[in-house]
Design a protein around this ligand. Structure first.
Ligand SMILES: O=c1ccn([C@H]2C[C@H](O)[C@@H](CO)O2)c(=O)[nH]1
Length: 166
């Protein structure tokens, strides 16, 4: 019988995947992902966007996270009639990844019309798992790509080190 590829979430050990907050001191030393991984990630964000549920804003967003072991986890925005319960694409991807046992991320790609950078709430949620993530955006209309480090987008992020030890 042909061996099936490991499915998302399989054979992970949580102890091997701490939140990036545990390794913040090494964050600036992390090399960027390979060009091949960046293109794979961008394509994943573009295809995740096809699943966006955005009947209220009609602003469709796809996100894809690259885990430290080279896997890709996707997310899309999920809107709600109450508006305030809307979930952004980036946070959907983070929650899906964490639920699958992944907590260390190398990069995130975000696809939208105009190539928007992540909102403030998503910056904070991403920072929980890597203060210096590589953030790629893609404008799905003209293909324009941008890259920022998360530390540029959210300098002085609030983190666990701001909470006094009891
Ligand atoms: O970083 C962002 C900013 C906005 N949105 C979504 C939320 C909402 O569905 C729509 C308009 O704000 O775009 C995202 O998915 N990510």
């Amino acid at each position: 019988m042909a061996e099936s590829a490991p499915h998302f979430g399989e054979s992970t050990s949580l102890s091997l995947y701490p939140a990036m907050t545990d390794v913040h001191s090494h964050a600036s030393e992390i090399d960027p992902p390979s060009d091949e991984d960046v293109q794979r990630l961008i394509q994943a964000a573009i295809s995740a966007r096809d699943h966006a549920y955005a009947p209220h804003s009609h602003f469709y967003v796809g996100a894809a996270l690259l885990t430290h072991d080279g896997r890709i986890v996707e997310g899309c925005n999920v809107e709600n009639a109450s508006y305030s319960l809307t979930q952004c694409a980036e946070r959907t991807a983070v929650c899906t990844a964490v639920a699958g046992g992944y907590r260390m991320f190398h990069a995130v790609a975000i696809a939208s019309i105009g190539g928007a950078m992540p909102c403030g709430a998503c910056r904070q949620v991403l920072a929980e798992f890597g203060s210096d993530l590589y953030v790629y955006t893609i404008d799905v209309i003209d293909g324009d790509q941008q890259m920022r480090r998360l530390s540029e987008l959210l300098p002085d992020a609030f983190s666990t080190s701001d909470i006094p030890k009891r």
